[in-house]
Structure formats: structure tokens, C-alpha cells
Write a protein that binds this ligand. Sequence first.
Ligand code: 23J
Ligand code: MN
Length: 261
Amino acid sequence: MSALDMLATELATGAVEVVDLTHTLDPDFPVIVLPPEFGQCARFRMEEVSAYDHRGPSWKWHNISMSEHTGTHFDAPSHWITGRDQPNGAVDEIDPANFVGPVCVIDCSQGAAQDEDFELTPQVIADWESEHGRIPADSWVLMRTDWSKRSGAEYLNMREDGAHSPGPTPEAIRMLVEDRQIRGFGTETVGTDAGQGMHYTPPFPAHHRLHGAGRYGLQCLSGLDRLPPTGAILLAAPLKIRNGTGSPLRVLALVPGKDRT
Ligand code: 23J
Ligand code: MN
């Protein structure tokens, strides 16, 4: 039997399950807030075109608008200045083979519950690897913080000095990109970088290093507590926006079902 025949059977029996890692697009879902001198990210908006009425008697539909970086979304290399000259750096240019692949999940939820500025460090990665094995090249690495369970003001967690949310240190992201050669890095927070990530050297080290190396980001992921540490397959295909720097998307994972033997 081919791998795809086996997959079809396991999907049908529930031996493989599909998990949705996406927040619902909604005008109330927070977007990143930058200092006021910078341009700002737009929230999701939806207007009714018709709803089985005089504007369209048999149909209902909406016009929608948002930023490329609204809600659960993908970051392409061209999003950051370090990635501006990367080949195939826009969402419409990326080889779709990159949209399906293995994923490692590093559980930082206990640390993030104690410390809203919790840092993913090389030591945290080393501890994870001593339990689960070395992170394979070309895999996604997701940082679980359970931040997706927060809502409203708690999600951005803004204070006078800016947002406070967990993220990777410059050395951790260097290790993942250069030593582990990961495909991309994803978080449950509003950015791949910590809320206070502008204070690192370089500022926003995840954006700086990932995109400078032609790698990808995922942000505002939901429900990473439903993924195993290893062994799942991530499906994350951004919209094909010409020269797009990112895109809202539906992120799915294929995971071993509860009834697997
Ligand atoms: C622009 C500037 C800084 C950041 C971001 C965007 C994001 O997090 C994003 O959505 O890519 S940190
Ligand atoms: Mn983004």
C-alpha cells in the first residue's frame, strides 16, 4: 500500500486526526500595535453584499478586508528587510512543498504561566532535545505558550513600555535557523518575536534571522496543546497574493488519533 493510500485509510478510521490551529477571523481579534510613529496593521472587517434579499435574492456574500498580518497568519521572507533580496521571498513565489511538513512543538506553557516575558533559550531547546531527539532539518518548530487561551487586552498584554508576551532569544533563534536549519518558527502570540523583542540585539531577532535566511513565520496560532511534541504534519499554505509579505491562512495539523494502537 502506498503512503497516500495508508493516509486515506487512517483519516477514514480516525487513526490520523485533523486538528485546526486557527483563530476565527473576527473584528474583535487583536492585531499587533506598533509605536504611533509607524503604520498600523488593520483588523479584520466584513460587510454584507447581499443576504437573500433585494441585493441578491438567492445568495448571501460578504466583502472582507484585513492586513496580510491579521489573525492567524504566515510571514514570508520579504516581510523583513533582512529578507528583501531572498529568492522567492513573497507568498506567491514560495515553493508549495514548504506548505506541508513535519513539526516539533516545544512546550513553554509552564514557564509562560509564571513569566509573561518568558524566553525560549538554547537551554530550553537542549532540554527538549534530550527528551525528544534532535530537531530534524527542514521542520517547523512551534513554541507552545497557551497564549491562545487569552482574549481581549490580556492577549497583547500592553503596558506603558509596550507589549509583554513570550518569545525566543536571539541565540535560540540563531540555533534553530543556523544549527538546526528549521523551515520556520511559529507562536501562539501576536508575533514570532516576544512582546519586548525590539530591545534585543538585533531587534526582533526572530523576524531578523528567519526571514534573512529565507525561512518562514507563523503567528497567532491556536491550540498548540493539542499537538504531540513530534510526529505531526503541519499544513500551512498562505494565500497567493502577488508580492505578498504574508497572509492569513487556515493552519491544520495531521496528528495520531486517540484510538491509535
Ligand atoms: C511589523 C513590525 C514588527 C512586527 C511585526 C510586524 C509582526 O509581528 C508581524 O505580524 O509580522 S513584530
Ligand atoms: Mn506577521
